[in-house]
Design a protein around this ligand. Structure first.
Ligand code: PEP
Ligand code: MG
Length: 835
């Protein structure tokens, strides 16, 4: 750890005011001379400072530079010290970068990190900094550069000019999701905003600083502000804080209900030593354990010039943001909105200026960008983990998770691929902690249960395990990691116990219990397996939205009768290169094989809008949702379209029962052009005809459904996009999320017109947007005449049950009523009345 730089190190005699320098070399020579004269360094230090400049830029920004010697020349440092050369007229440090304060550093260890932290803060205080450039009083410079305390967040003695008191009313305390909303609300204003609890204060615009306060329910805080829009900022922040109370309470209640759910207690017949943690996801698993190594990441420190390092970090951060958006999107579609919010909150962690500043400080000091980033993440995460608050410990895991993603961009060799090393046999995975993104991607065939040494039941890993139906325990302690790999074990996710080397009797009892549970599940599955047939005998086909072959079994188990939407862009989004024709072909064949003759609708790449693929390096668009997206991109990029179509026709030639669907169709000529390309490739490959359909997701397509139906074999309505385009509401805008309601009568009318257009030509119509997975929405869609509904697998049982309980004639009447409603609220009011 860094020691604190002694205040005496910034001595007035080492400050030269009103100096002049011919150039940068002269400025370095002068500051080195000051250090030498002050007895801090031996004469060779000046040369070392100059050499450092060749390797790394020490311009910190805003008129400040911090030249210092190379690490290998530390022996030239006699005592720690800082010399300051004030250059009111400035000197050009690098082209376009003028320095007014040259802060020369002599340090034997890493003591000057403290100074850098101080300087970085100072740089944000432009008024003080400008004063220092011309002041005639050395004491002002001494005061500004001295007396910084270690790594604690600043703790101002008093609140800012305006403010209010508030008591934390969130049962789970100020955790990442509400803190994100606070910081988002605060950042909309220029005023300085601060949250103080006791003698700890945090910048309200900094997510990490807010989390570091470790606020729990009942804690008293003072929120204060100063600056031009301080009053408005306080009002907005308060509104955001109050507005979250109900939701936080409801979430906590749901979590409590889940925790209190009856434990089908299983106890081993023979007393067994067990590692005891907290049950995080119910169920029993029997398997050999696999201990996940590599929790410690080794990152090489390869110095990078500061400018280059900054650009690399910037790029890595923006790529990671894109990845997280894709992951959020995929998780939303696969597991639901609540799980997807985890990755949204993770994305917000990347906007934290403290974190980025900390990484930059280390880079300025001459460390490599990957190393600096890793250190910044570790320092912050350890700080959060050390507060003894389980909620914050969970956020530390999130921070490390996003940190690792950024690190993988900066230095792929350092990021480690823990899960790549899973054994061939199914196992119970033991890990210090597991990142949410790794958990979301676990293969339930290979990992039967999960036990982590750290984490809490509210951690995102635990939430995801429950969604995946994976028995899990958390907070099992370090003993877990000492278990010999390959040891046979029984994991009980209800009681949070891991029984090691169980006896034959224990194993038999556990197997019997698992069997019993399976039978219960099978009975449920049989219900789910029933068709969605209304009481008057009308059947609606039920598909699942699934992107990968290994997700198919889960979908079938939930009652899917096929795949109504395979979003192929996800083959591109979560990786750094474009899958070639052969790889795509293998995936489509595997998908068809997993479906075993059931229908498969493969959507051609829908890239653009919210689905940006970094490695395609597409031009930036001001308004990507209205830009070159979906079919528009495919028609412009045969290099993307044709390998995909060839892969699909080759799969069809091999017997795959598939249909091809094009996204974002707006006009008849687009569809005719795409059909032409399909036919040309099909003939070249001597492949069979396959149905070619289109997504109806823009109003133009709904309005011209009758004309499009002449050229399309089927329609599938994308209510997510249709809603955003009909209502002119960005589907990602959280502010308008409640208003982006697919039950809006205008959206239902667009669906109605689509069905009528399709009917005129005997085409069938599906819906694969979110409305299909809402039981009431599904009733309306069936009433409007939709033939197929495709949804997130988890939504299937409830939708089927609701449709099976109603008669088609009732649903048709309900749909007519809905079409006549004035707004979405009125449509919702019909729920319960007719279906
Ligand atoms: C839709 O827009 O409803 C749809 C299913 O497509 P995506 O959500 O992938 O844009
Ligand atoms: Mg869409």
């Amino acid at each position: 750890m860094s020691q604190q730089l002694s205040p005496a190190a910034v001595a007035p005699e080492l400050i030269r005011l009103d100096a002049k320098a011919r150039d940068k070399a002269d400025a370095i020579a002068q500051v080195a001379q000051l250090l030498t004269a002050g007895g801090c360094v031996a004469p060779g230090y000046q040369a070392s400072m100059s050499r450092r400049e060749e390797l790394a830029n020490t311009f910190l920004g805003h008129g400040v530079a911090i030249p210092h010697g190379l690490g290998e020349d530390r022996h030239l440092v006699r005592r720690d010290g800082i010399a300051v050369l004030q250059l009111p007229q400035g000197v050009e440090w690098n082209p376009g970068q003028v320095t007014h304060l040259v802060v020369g550093i002599a340090a034997q260890s890493d003591t000057h990190i403290t100074l850098l932290r101080r300087l970085t803060r100072l740089i944000q205080d432009q008024a003080t900094l400008q004063r220092l450039f011309t002041t005639g009083q050395a004491e002002q410079i001494v005061a500004a550069l001295s007396g910084d305390t270690a790594s604690q967040p600043a703790a101002p003695a008093s609140d800012l000019a305006h403010g209010f008191s508030w008591t934390i009313a969130y049962p789970s305390g100020l955790h990442a999701r509400p803190a994100t909303r606070w910081a988002e609300a605060a950042r909309r204003f220029v005023a300085r905003l601060q949250v103080r609890a006791g003698d700890q204060a945090a910048d309200a615009k900094s997510l990490v600083a807010l989390l570091q306060l470790g606020l729990r329910q009942g804690d008293e805080i003072v929120v204060s502000a100063e600056g031009q829009d301080a009053e408005a900022a306080l009002a907005a922040l308060r509104k955001a804080m109050d507005g979250l109370i109900l939701q936080e309470k409801a979430d906590a209640e749901r979590a409590a209900q889940r925790r209190a759910a009856p434990v089908n207690g299983w106890t081993p017949p023979e007393a067994q030593a067990a590692i005891v943690g907290i049950g995080a996801s119910p169920g029993l698993a029997i398997a050999k354990v696999h201990v996940l190594a590599g929790a410690q990441t080794e990152v090489a420190d390869r110095p990078t010039p500061l400018g280059e390092g900054g650009a690399q970090l910037h790029q890595a951060l923006s790529r990671t943001r894109q990845q997280l958006r894709a992951l959020e999107d995929d998780t939303q579609r696969r597991l639901g909105a609540a799980d997807a919010a985890i990755f949204k909150a993770q994305g917000a962690l990347l906007d934290d200026t403290d974190l980025i500043t900390r990484a930059c400080q280390l880079m300025v000091e001459g460390h490599g960008v990957a190393w600096s980033w890793h250190q910044a993440i570790e320092q912050t995460a350890s700080g959060l983990a050390a507060l003894g608050n389980p909620v914050l410990a969970g956020r530390a895991a999130d921070l490390r998770d996003v940190g690792r993603r950024v690190l993988a961009q900066l230095d792929p060799s350092a990021a480690g691929g823990g899960l790549a090393e899973l054994p061939d046999y199914p196992c119970i995975l033991l890990a210090a902690d597991l990142s949410p993104s790794d958990t979301a991607n676990l293969d339930p065939q290979r990992v039967l249960g999960l036990a982590t040494a750290q984490g809490g039941p509210t951690s995102h890993t635990a939430i995801l395990s429950r969604t995946l139906g994976l028995p899990a325990l958390v907070a099992g302690g370090a003993d877990l990691l000492a278990v010999a790999p390959g040891t046979e074990a029984i994991l009980d996710g209800n009681s949070g116990r891991l029984y090691l080397s169980p006896s034959a009797n224990d194993l038999a009892a556990a197997r019997a219990w698992i069997d019993e549970q399976r039978q219960v599940r099978e009975r449920e599955a049989q219900q789910r397996a029933q068709p969605a047939q209304t009481t008057d005998g009308h059947r609606i086909d039920i598909g699942a939205n699934v992107n990968l072959p290994d997700q198919v079994p889960l979908a079938l188990e939930q009652g899917a009768e096929g795949v109504g939407l395979m979003r192929t862009e996800f083959l591109f989004l979560e990786r750094s290169s474009t899958p070639d024709e052969e790889e795509q072909f293998q995936t489509y064949v595997a998908m068809a094989a997993a479906l075993d003759g059931r229908a498969l609708i493969v959507r051609a790449l829908d890239i653009g809008g919210d689905k940006q693929v970094a490695h395609l390096e597409l031009p930036h668009e001001e308004n990507p949702f209205l830009g070159v997206r979906g079919a528009r991109l495919l028609l412009r990029r045969p290099d993307l379209l044709e390998p995909q179509l060839r892969a699909l026709y080759r799969a069809a030639r091999q017997g795959a029962r598939l249909s091809i669907m094009f996204p974002m169709i707006t006009s008849v000529p687009e569809l005719i052009a795409l059909r032409g390309i399909c036919e040309r490739l099909r003939e070249e490959l001597d492949a069979p005809q396959v149905p070619i359909g289109i997504m109806i997701e823009v109003p133009a397509a709904a309005a011209q459904a009758d004309l499009l139906a002449q050229h399309a074999d089927f329609f599938s309505i994308g209510t997510n996009d249709l809603t955003q385009y009909v209502l002119a509401i960005d589907r990602q805008n959280p502010e308008l999320a409640a208003e982006a309601d697919s039950l809006h009568p205008a959206v239902l009318r667009a669906i109605h017109s689509t069905v009528q257009g399709a009917r005129a030509h005997g085409r069938w119509v599906g819906v694969c947007g979110g409305l299909a997975g809402d039981p009431f929405g599904a009733c309306l869609l069936a009433g409007l005449g939709v033939d197929e509904l495709s949804m997130t697998p988890n939504d299937i049982p409830a939708v089927k049950a609701r449709l099976r309980a109603a008669a088609l004639v009732e649903l048709q009447a309900l749909a007519q009523q809905a079409l006549a409603c004035a707004d979405a609220g009125q449509v919702r009011g019909l729920d319960g009345a007719g279906a």
